[in-house]
Design a protein around this ligand. Structure first.
Ligand SMILES: NC(=O)c1ccc[n+]([C@@H]2O[C@H](COP(=O)([O-])OP(=O)(O)OC[C@H]3O[C@@H](n4cnc5c(N)ncnc54)[C@H](OP(=O)(O)O)[C@@H]3O)[C@@H](O)[C@H]2O)c1
Length: 247
């Protein structure tokens, strides 16, 4: 293996939403770079499959059935990761949902609340649980998976846009708070990615804006690796985007 492939040797990462899609690709990439990885999401069979895939490739992994909207579930996943691998260096806040499109006047209140609970409050719960462990290591990385929709908005997607706008502000505030702890906090905006979440148009084709780069989850991993391996004291409270237009 080259040095680049082992850039995360000795590091421990927890990736939420690692059962499929972007989170799965990031977990596998981090493990390939030498990190021990905790794969956390609600569907146990999916996180177990990703952890097994990592281990089959010679990596170290833990599967944690976790609901990021549940504080005690998050605490358990973080504690299990630290207990199994001896600490925590990198937290990827990736778990998220995107509810069906609906104008504000029609969106169901329960759907709105669930979106905020998972995409935004879940990020807070994960960061809150992880920070003591990152501080104990003398530094670390928190990477939030944001969205262009949280920067520019989009009709009929209020809950999702608001949750991701809040996540971007959370990233900035947390980056400011943790600067003195050598912990960087940055947002990664993937742009459109071919996952279960990708919205389909009425014709069944993905509704990708004109000119956008519609990518596979594995094509997001290099930027996630860049952020995880950036030097201590590197960028923080910043947004890094794979989009081709503003946001
Ligand atoms: N796909 C895109 O085009 C795109 C673009 C911009 C941003 N993003 C963002 O990228 C992130 C990953 O999305 P994706 O496209 O990879 O979607 P995905 O394939 O649907 O994966 C989402 C992951 O999040 C997990 N998750 C959802 N709710 C959870 C909860 N309450 N607790 C723990 N895990 C939970 C899911 O597992 P369970 O359901 O089993 O819990 C799954 O593993 C999301 O934050 C999304 O907003 C995606």
């Amino acid at each position: 293996m080259t040095n680049r492939e082992q850039a995360l040797a000795g590091k421990v990462a927890l990736v939420t939403g690692a059962g499929r899609g972007i989170g799965r690709a990031i977990a596998i990439a981090y493990a390939g770079a030498g990190a021990a990885v905790c794969c956390a999401a609600r569907t146990r069979a999916q996180v177990e499959a990703v952890a097994a895939e990592v281990e089959a490739g010679g990596g170290q992994a833990l599967a944690a059935a976790t609901d990021v909207a549940d504080a005690s579930s998050v605490e358990r996943a973080v504690a299990a990761t630290a207990a199994r691998f001896g600490g925590l260096d990198i937290l990827v806040i990736n778990a998220g949902i995107s509810p069906p499109k609906s104008e504000v006047a029609a969106i169901d209140a329960a759907v709105w609340s669930e979106t905020i609970a998972i995409n935004l409050t879940g990020a807070y719960l994960c960061a809150r649980a992880a920070i003591p462990h990152l501080r104990a290591r003398g530094g670390g990385k928190i990477i939030t998976i944001g969205s262009g929709m949280g920067h520019r908005g989009a009709a009929d997607s209020s809950a999702y846009c608001v949750s991701k706008a809040g996540l971007w502000m959370f990233t900035r505030v947390l980056g400011m708070e943790l600067r003195g702890d050598n912990i960087s906090v940055n947002e990664l905006i993937p742009g459109p990615v071919n996952t279960a979440m990708t919205p389909a148009s009425p014709t069944g084709e993905p509704g990708i804006p004109d000119g956008e780069w519609f990518k596979e989850p594995e094509e997001v991993a290099p930027l996630a690796l860049f952020l995880a391996t950036a030097p201590d004291g590197g960028p923080t409270a910043q947004s890094f985007s794979l989009m081709r237009r503003d946001g």
